[in-house]
Design a protein around this ligand. Sequence first.
Ligand code: PEP
Length: 255
Amino acid sequence: MSKKVIIGNWKMNPSTSKEGDAWFKKIAKLVVKIKKTEVVICPPFLYLEKLSKIRTSKLKLGAQDSFWGDVGPFTGEISSDMLYNSGVRFVILGHSERRALGETNELINKKIKSSLTSGLVPVVCIGEKERDVEHNYFDIVKSQLVDCLKGISRDSISRIIFAYEPVWSISTTENRRDATSSDTREMVMFMRKVLSDISSPQVAHNVRIIYGGSVSGRDAEDFLKNGQVDGLLVGKASLEPKRFFEIIEICEAKV
Ligand code: PEP
């Protein structure tokens, strides 16, 4: 059984590397006694190299994106190999904020393949923008999974972490709404069914599916227990080490 995982996505924060160091060191100190939960911080690219020197076995590093090419004429891009060689072990792919900038399932598929080849664990974000009355959101989630996983073997699928992130529940979404643990449980079951059809019942049963969308210390337990997820992807609450650690402690106590 894989460990539960709590991933902090710092997005484009903080504005100085010094502040990033201070946050990271605080979290590293807080997690020293954590045993049952895998903890990952995904800072901006620019801070990764420095933070990799102070990462610990209890606090791992992830990137917020990677490119599908190896080396070559790709101005502004960072490859999965470069990330792996800098001590990064996870990469968030297909985040809704990147999809909003034009990232397609086809591009995400290429990035997933390249990250797996480099030895990174892709954290693939899946989620509908809204819940329509006709329930089309199930088809949207299904096609994101099917298209993002085209040509990827069962073995490789089993190494992926899937993050169910309904865009309407993310803290920065205008007029956001809270997702409930039962919304999440239902979608996680659906995702396992789709994954079972794409790969195998065993892979679908064992693969980690986590939840993300405005999680805080108030609802982390509910999502972990009643949402039946294997961890959480945390945006806003990961920007304050103490708030983030509250979520880690809840996970540690519940697994
Ligand atoms: C996210 O954008 O991945 C996220 C989970 O953010 P927040 O926790 O701030 O909603």
